[in-house]
Every structure is written in C-alpha cells, then in structure tokens.
Design a protein around this ligand. Structure first.
Ligand code: DAK
Length: 257
C-alpha cells in the first residue's frame, strides 16, 4: 500500500510508522489519520511484525489535529465526519504500539501518543493539551486517558491552562516510560520494540488486551477477564514450547501459534 502522509518502514519483526507532514509540524489531518489507521490495520494482520513504533521527526511528533481543516466546520459536520471512527480503529490494534516522541506532542498528538502502549520521549519532547487556547477542548481522549495516567489534578492543570510540560515533567508525572537524548529516541524505542517483538506474540497480545481492560471494567470483572486470557494461552503451542524450553534449559522458539 502506498502512503502520502506517513512513511512505513519494516525492520522485521518490528515496523516503524513515521508521521510525515513536516511543514505543518505533523498536524494530523483527516488524510493522514486515515492512512495511519489503514497502515496499522495492515500491520496488525501481518504475521512478520510483532511490535509497531509510531514516530515523527526531531521537531514534532504531532502538533495536534489540523486546525486549518477544522476551523470552518460546524457541529453536525464534526459529528458526521468519520474522524472518530478512524481514531476508534486505532483502539482495536492488538499488537503493541510504542510512541517515539521528539518535539511537540500537542492536542491530538498527545492523545495519539497516549493511545500507544508505551511512550519513549527525547529530551526535547513537549506534551500538552492546548485545545483550550483555540476555543475548544480535547476530543480524542485528553480528558479521559490523561487523568487515568497523571491523575485528576495534573490533567486539570494541563487541559484547563493549555500549558505544555517537558519530557522530564512527563516522566515524573508517569506520562512517559523513559526520557533519552533526542538523537537516541528512535534507536532506544527500536531496542524496546525488538525486545517485546522477541516474546511470544499471542501472550503479548492477550496481556496487552488484559491491561487495557483494567481501564474499562471493575477489578472483579478484570480479574475474571485476565484469568480467561491466561487459561486460553494454555491452548497455544508457544505455552508448551516456553515451559518445555525452561525445563530443558534452552531458548524457546516461538511460532505465534
Ligand atoms: N494544525 C495546522 N497547522 C499547524 C498546527 C496544527 N495543529 N500546528 C502547527 N501548524 C503549522 C503552522 O500553521 C505553520 O504553518 P505555516 O504558517 O508555515 O503554513 C507550521 O505548522 C509551523 O508552525 P509554527 O510556525 O506555528 O511553528 P512554531 O515553532 O512557531 O510553533 C507550535 C510551534 C506547536 C507551538 C505552534 O505551531 C502551535 O501552537 N500549534 C498548534 C498547537 C495546537 O493548538 N494543537 C491542538 C490542535 S486541536 C478529533 C481528534 C483529535 C482532535 C480533534 C478532533 N476527532 C476524532 C474528530 C484534536 C484537536 C487538536 O489537536
């Protein structure tokens, strides 16, 4: 598949998607989001890929949804645009998603990073929800995912002031997993992606699914969900291989079956 606003690089068993509208600081227009969702969908069913990185460039991960594209829209148009379904598609990606963030991750850019399972930040990264400064509020998870990660008070501060935080603050607040020198950001993220990609894919998929469930359902239901996924893995060849390899003191060979 050919893309215009993103660049897909496969380094099997990982894949890297680079957002590529540098002149607009990777502002997320509808076309780019549609391409991103299609690309993720394609990679999710590609058995040669076990982990996916989303990144930008040295100046911006993404400076938000494209303001120029939204400016003249009315409520009905916003509701009728299929932008929300494009974002919804991303929630359904089963493979691990890792964001490598340098520069601005603002508005929809911050929300996109938060949709990823892990975020590695370069020292130059800036995270914020500045929608309040342009007369609106976050529309793709900023008022829901952010408080679950940084807590109510800090989410209130970010959303109500629109002020961005730097990489070090993002680390302290639990928004990112690790801060590294900007020029190392993609390489560090690739190492992490390769490590995760070396694990049994079905166990990774069900573990991701189970952790995400924790944000949607009660502890009681979540524990039940986890138990079922755990037991389900005992019907995979990888479970037999992993446990046998441990007992035989050798490295397991995963089949993803
Ligand atoms: N949209 C469109 N263009 C943008 C942009 C954006 N979000 N951010 C930057 N650009 C463009 C600039 O207009 C400029 O273009 P030209 O003038 O050269 O044509 C170019 O990128 C370079 O930007 P600056 O000249 O402004 O660069 P600076 O270094 O001076 O400033 C900045 C960098 C990041 C501080 C500044 O560009 C800025 O404040 N950008 C806007 C940040 C922002 O407000 N972001 C939130 C947007 S609202 C939804 C899902 C999500 C959302 C909505 C709906 N659905 C599912 C429906 C999310 C909403 C948002 O994110």
């Amino acid at each position: 598949m050919e893309f215009e606003n993103i660049v897909l690089t496969k380094e099997v068993p990982i894949a890297i998607i680079q957002l590529n509208r540098p002149d607009a600081l990777n502002a997320l227009n509808h076309h780019m989001m549609t391409e991103l969702a299609a690309c993720l969908d394609q990679l999710d069913s590609d058995r040669s890929v076990n982990a996916i990185i989303i990144t930008g460039n040295e100046k911006a991960f993404a400076a938000g949804a494209d303001i120029k594209e939204m400016e003249s829209a009315g409520t009905v148009e916003m509701l009728e645009r299929d932008s929300f379904s494009v974002w919804d598609k991303m929630k359904r990606i089963g493979k691990p998603l890792i964001a490598a963030v340098n520069g601005f991750a603002l508005g929809g850019g911050c929300e996109l990073a938060m949709m990823c399972d892990i975020i590695i930040a370069g020292e130059t990264a800036k995270f914020g929800q500045p929608e309040i400064n342009i007369g609106v509020m976050p529309g793709a998870g900023g008022t829901q995912r952010l408080p679950r990660v940084v807590g109510k008070q800090k989410a209130m501060e970010m959303v109500l002031t629109g002020a961005a935080i730097n990489a070090e603050e993002a680390l302290q607040w639990g928004l990112v997993n690790k801060v590294v020198p900007a020029e190392m950001c993609l390489e560090e993220t690739k190492s992490l992606a390769r490590l995760i990609a070396s694990k049994p894919p079905l166990a990774v998929k069900l573990a991701k699914e189970s952790i995400l469930k924790a944000f949607d359902i009660s502890l009681k239901d979540g524990l039940e969900f986890e138990r079922k996924n755990f037991c389900m893995l005992f019907s995979t060849e990888d479970q037999k291989e992993g446990m046998r390899a441990f007992i035989e003191k050798r490295k397991p060979q995963w089949k993803g079956k």
